[in-house]
Design a protein around this ligand. Structure first.
Ligand SMILES: Cc1ncc(COP(=O)(O)O)c(C=O)c1O
Length: 483
């Protein structure tokens, strides 16, 4: 094989056909493949560890991938990968995403193509999908919700700097004590953003949680406590971080009440709705997000419930000027005469892929009703799973499933340490069945399982398979005399 021979181009149709077949085989086997491949930390010995001077060429590399790597991948695009909050990929999104790669546009600055116009139009479509005032919010597409939280918090920091007469993006953060951040259950990515932006992961004030359905202190913000904390704080800059769908208990804050308090106390309201904002797509669940449209900044993740491939978060803010002041940097080669904004001035990356295209394909192909149906189907199936768990002899439901996440654990007796140990063993067994994949959580100190149903492919047949696997895993604990 020569270095990069011209034959690679003439053979491209064969490569693409072959790649399509490999992808289709993967998709068609999702319902029977092991959902997760646990503990595969070693690559097959047949793969070279050293970089060869002469490559294999695309055909042979694809063959190697198919034989040695593909069997080791999870079925996370399928209907029973319920770990984290994992959306799959719809056909329209897959086609859009492939064309992102094929066309290889750079969305850094406008002026050489229609791509920026489409990206901005896609952002407007998303605002319509989430029923947010199109003209009042501006933003950008990001690598994910973590990056969106970072972009939004950086903009909030810039807003705080303005109030202090400073330009923090330009001059740096000098007095951390001027800032107070309030939250009840911030996502880990929010803390990461705080660390990166110089606030520090630990520099935030905990607002008490409201009692949950079991009467325990829950993950939704107690507004009375927020009011007390805002009043008590002498920091001139206050930022309130709320959640639309916490990752463990799917708690939603009262956004209307938070907006009112933020107005009184001149605070910034950031709302992390990575997956929970999708509740707005359905009239059945929309009430959970009432008042979200009043937030100063919003994070949402299209690679979760919109089921577009990874690398697709959304950062939105009412403060476009501050957003652009935060991220704009000058360099002669980046100047453009175009009237459209440069997306590099609205986020972390300068060069960036055409993230809007898979979203645009999805929204064009399925419309708002398609998204609504996907959301309602996942929530309906989550409720069915919860109902089954509620009457199961071996599992118990920890909280009602009011969206797409089911929180549950095995039924064991003993002290908390024993019960947690048994549940950890049970979770390993469940995931080892290869029939379903769950991720862990803690509820009130109890180790538990989270099933987050966010994939358009999930159906009743998946519930039946998962239930059988859950039963088999519990029986395994019994037959191994672990009780
Ligand atoms: C509420 C919330 N925020 C942020 C994130 C981070 O998302 P990502 O992993 O896409 O960056 C998640 C992920 O589950 C989430 O649930």
């Amino acid at each position: 094989m020569a270095h990069l021979p011209k034959t690679e181009l003439t053979e491209l149709p064969q490569f693409l056909n072959r790649a399509t077949q490999v992808a289709l085989d993967y998709w068609n086997s999702l319902s029977v493949s092991p959902v997760a491949q646990l503990g595969l930390s070693q690559l097959p010995k047949t793969l070279p560890e050293t970089l060869a001077a002469m490559g294999w060429g695309t055909a042979q590399t694809l063959e190697k991938f198919q034989r040695e790597i593909l069997p080791g991948l999870s079925a996370s695009a399928g209907g029973r990968y319920w770990g984290f909050v994992t959306g799959g990929t719809t056909p329209a999104a897959l086609v859009g995403d492939w064309l992102v790669t094929a066309t290889d546009q750079n969305l850094m600055v406008p002026g050489d193509s229609i791509a920026t116009a489409l990206e901005l139009a896609t952002l407007d479509l998303l605002k319509q999908l989430f029923d947010l005032p199109v003209d009042q919010f501006a933003g950008s597409l990001t690598t994910g919700a973590t990056a969106a939280n970072l972009v939004n918090l950086a903009t909030a920091r810039q807003w705080g700097g303005h109030k202090l007469g400073q330009n923090i993006a330009r001059d740096g953060l000098t007095d951390l004590d001027q800032f107070a951040l309030f939250a009840t259950t911030p996502h880990a990515s929010q803390l990461k953003a705080q660390g990166i932006l110089g606030f520090g992961q630990r520099h935030w004030t905990k607002v008490r949680g409201l009692p949950d359905a079991n009467g325990q202190e829950g993950e939704a913000m107690d507004i009375e406590d927020l009011e007390l904390q805002l009043k008590a704080s002498s920091a001139p800059i206050k930022i309130v971080i709320s959640s639309a769908g916490t990752v463990t208990t799917t708690a939603f804050d009262d956004f209307q009440a938070i907006a009112r308090l933020c107005q009184i106390h001149h605070a910034w309201h950031h709302l992390d709705g990575a997956f929970g904002l999708f509740a707005r797509c359905s009239s059945r669940y929309r009430h959970l997000t009432q008042g979200a449209e009043l937030a100063d900044s919003i994070t949402v993740d299209c690679h979760k419930w919109l089921n577009v491939p990874y690398d697709c978060g959304v950062a939105l803010t009412r403060h476009r000027d501050l957003l652009e002041e935060t991220f704009a940097v000058g360099a002669a080669y980046l100047n453009t005469e175009d009237t459209l904004p440069s997306l590099m001035n609205r986020g972390i990356e300068n060069s960036q892929r055409f993230r809007g295209l898979p979203i645009w394909f999805s929204l064009m192909a399925y419309g708002s009703e398609g998204v609504q149906a996907m959301v309602e189907s996942c929530c309906g199936l989550a409720r069915q799973l919860a109902d089954w768990i509620a009457i199961s002899a071996h599992y118990h439901l920890l909280l009602p499933a009011h969206l797409n996440v089911v929180l549950f654990a095995g039924q064991f007796t003993g002290d908390q340490v024993t019960v947690n140990r048994l549940n950890q063993a049970l979770l390993s067994r469940i995931n080892q069945t290869g029939k379903v994949f769950l991720s862990p959580g803690y509820y009130q100190g109890q180790f538990c399982f989270r099933a987050a149903l966010s994939n358009w492919r999930t159906g009743e047949e998946d519930l039946a398979i998962a239930q059988t696997a859950l039963e088999a895993a519990y029986q395994g604990i019994i037959s191994d005399n672990l009780l």
